[in-house]
Design a protein. Structure first.
Length: 70
């Protein structure tokens, strides 16, 4: 049996299950793009504030901005 290492950092991925965003209340269908936070095991709709913050962090990190690790 192969065990997968659990990713600790939030990331964007495709939803595997139908759910509802805890922030916006929007429906999430399998295959939709989501912001996934493994530490809380929550999936957020791409229009949510949490997904926006994750996009901002990814942008800052990619371009080496000084507040990327803040």
């Amino acid at each position: 049996m192969r065990l997968r290492k659990r990713q600790a950092s939030p990331c964007f991925m495709k939803a595997k299950f139908a759910s509802v965003c805890p922030e916006t209340g929007k429906a999430i269908q399998p295959g939709d793009e989501i912001a996934y936070y493994p530490s809380t095991q929550q999936a957020f709709h791409v229009d949510s504030k949490s997904a926006g913050q994750l996009r901002d962090l990814a942008f800052a990190t990619a371009y080496g901005m000084t507040d990327a690790k803040y």
